[in-house]
Structures are given as structure tokens and as C-alpha cells.
Write a new protein. Structure first.
Length: 196
């Protein structure tokens, strides 16, 4: 073998032996001196502007060490998560993506997006405090299909980076469908966003 794997070729597995002997090492099983635990408060809506994050009640709960929001990241000049796009647009310009922070800074763009994080002495204390955080949102319309998103009159957020690659031409989606079957694996390191 020349070191290049082909589609469908089996991978040599290195982790099985320790797992089969019950000697697997997992982060959740680590117990270190002075360790703390983190839990995220996540958005319950799919799209909206963050108006206010109420953390007062959570801050008073036992074991809570700190609570942070996207606003705190911006104040501390934390940079967005780097996104490497190894391709260009049709005109040759580099593909770009909206700056993506670990916590939502001004708006949420999907249900479950992390809005705040709690650091506490135990995992249960962190989770309990995160559940006490209340967020007020201005709900915004949601695009739920590609067909909606590529329409010329589709609602946009107004940010110039929000699309990874713009549609080259208006698409007649109904004529483009075909049935495929098989297995698809995607890399978790890409930041794909749908216009709007």
C-alpha cells in the first residue's frame, strides 16, 4: 500500500485493544485536583436576536464559579473559531464564512446554539445553573429548506459573509432532485451556513 486510502478501503484501527480490555481512557472519567466543570445554556429557538441574558439567579447557585456569554468573549477580544475554506468562488475570490464564535454574540442561527456557559465545582451544579439562565430573544423568520434559501427574495441577515458560496444561477429545485443511496460522512471541521 502506498499510504493513500481509497474509498471503501478498511482503516487500520489502533484503539480497539485497550477498549476491548476495558482500559479505555475517557475525559469524563478523569479526576484531577481543582478541576471544574462547564455546561452550556443553549438556544431554544432556531433564529433570533439576543435581547437580554438573565444570569442573576444562576450566579447565586451553589458551586458556580463563573458565567460567560458571547458579549464577554467580545469584550475580552476572543477571536472567532478559524474556518479554513480550501476553495474559491466562481470569480476567483476566496470563499468566506460568517465569523463563528463559541458562544452566540448577537443572534442565534440554529436551535441548540450555545448562548452562555457556566463553570462550576461539579458537573451537576454547572448543569443546574445553566438551566436557570433565561434569555430574551427577538424571534426572526426561519428558512427551513434549500428551496426557500436560494430564492432571490429570501430574507438575508444583511451580513456580507453569511453565505459560503452564493448560488450561481436561480435554481429550479424541483427539476434537480434525484434519489441516491449509500453512506455519507462529512468533516465536523467545516462551517457551512445557509443564506438567511
Amino acid at each position: 500500500m502506498n499510504g493513500i486510502l481509497k474509498v471503501g478501503e478498511p482503516l487500520k484501527r489502533f484503539e480497539d485493544e485497550s477498549l476491548l480490555r476495558g482500559e479505555g481512557q475517557f475525559v469524563d472519567n478523569l479526576d484531577m485536583q481543582d478541576q471544574v466543570f462547564l455546561h452550556f445554556h443553549r438556544s431554544v429557538i432556531a433564529h433570533g436576536r439576543i435581547q437580554t441574558i438573565h444570569v442573576e439567579k444562576a450566579r447565586e447557585m451553589p458551586g458556580v464559579i463563573g458565567i460567560f456569554s458571547g458579549k464577554d468573549l467580545l469584550e475580552d477580544e476572543v477571536r472567532p473559531v478559524p474556518v479554513n475554506m480550501p476553495f474559491t468562488r466562481e470569480d476567483g475570490s476566496p470563499a468566506t464564512s460568517a465569523p463563528y464564535f463559541p458562544l452566540a454574540t448577537d443572534a442565534v442561527r440554529f436551535a441548540g446554539q450555545a448562548v452562555a456557559m457556566v463553570i462550576a465545582e461539579t458537573a451537576i451544579q454547572a448543569e443546574d445553573a445553566a438551566e436557570c439562565i433565561e434569555v430574551e430573544y427577538e424571534e426572526l423568520p426561519v428558512l427551513t429548506s434549500l428551496a426557500e434559501a436560494v430564492k432571490p427574495d429570501a430574507r438575508r441577515s444583511g451580513k456580507k459573509f453569511l453565505t459560503t458560496l452564493p448560488p450561481q444561477k436561480p435554481l429550479e429545485i424541483r427539476k434537480k432532485w434525484m434519489r441516491l443511496s449509500g453512506r455519507l460522512s462529512t468533516s465536523p471541521n467545516w462551517n457551512w451556513s445557509i443564506p438567511g
